[in-house]
Design a protein around this ligand. Structure first.
Ligand SMILES: [Zn+2]
Length: 183
């Protein structure tokens, strides 16, 4: 969602992507907390976990530097960059911005070392969802922000408030869960 390009990456089942999101919550002892503190995790926890000696940094960049990109994750895993206005919005609990940050964390955890230039999809090429870097990062973000085990209601505005997500993210997730018979 942060880039107009997509990349073909190693195919990954949604259960694997969900498993990683839940693992991160577990590792941070946040399994039972609905509203995942994505800003704090990117800004404080991740640099500590990865180690700044490995050259990782979380960077907030101006619109001039980022252009239309709201977020950008280094394919080699050395930085996650977020546009200033998106960062500010996420700090204020904005659901759309929180999703963007979570999506970038998904790229970092799932795709570091995988974004070979040759794997960039051509503009009209249709990647299958499970091999699309963008779809995988979106799935990761949706599960990280709204873990299945904490979702026990189908009220969109209540989910938005409890989990700190946008109306569209809550709607898509709930529709999917109803369709899969999980709600
Ligand atoms: Zn992306």
């Amino acid at each position: 969602m942060s880039s107009s390009y997509d990349y073909r990456v190693t195919p990954l089942g949604w259960d694997k992507v969900d498993g990683l999101a839940n693992q991160i919550r577990g590792l941070l002892k946040l399994s039972d907390i609905p509203c995942f503190p994505i800003v704090e995790v990117l800004e404080q926890v991740l640099p500590r976990l990865v180690g700044s000696e490995d050259g990782f940094s979380f960077q907030v960049c101006s619109e001039g530097e980022m252009g239309s990109a709201e977020g950008l994750t280094c394919p080699e895993g050395t930085f996650i960059r977020v546009r200033e206005d998106v960062y500010d919005e996420a700090c204020c609990g904005g659901g759309r911005a929180r999703f963007t940050l979570s999506h970038e964390l998904g790229h970092f955890l799932l795709h570091t070392g995988q974004n070979q230039p040759l794997a960039r999809a051509r503009p009209n090429e249709k990647l299958r969802a499970f091999e699309s870097a963008e779809k995988q990062a979106d799935r990761f973000a949706a599960t990280l922000l709204m873990p299945f085990h904490l979702l026990d209601e189908d009220d969109v505005s209540s989910v938005m408030g409890r989990f700190g997500v946008s109306k569209s993210a809550a709607t898509v997730k709930l529709e999917k869960m109803v369709k899969d018979g999980l709600l």
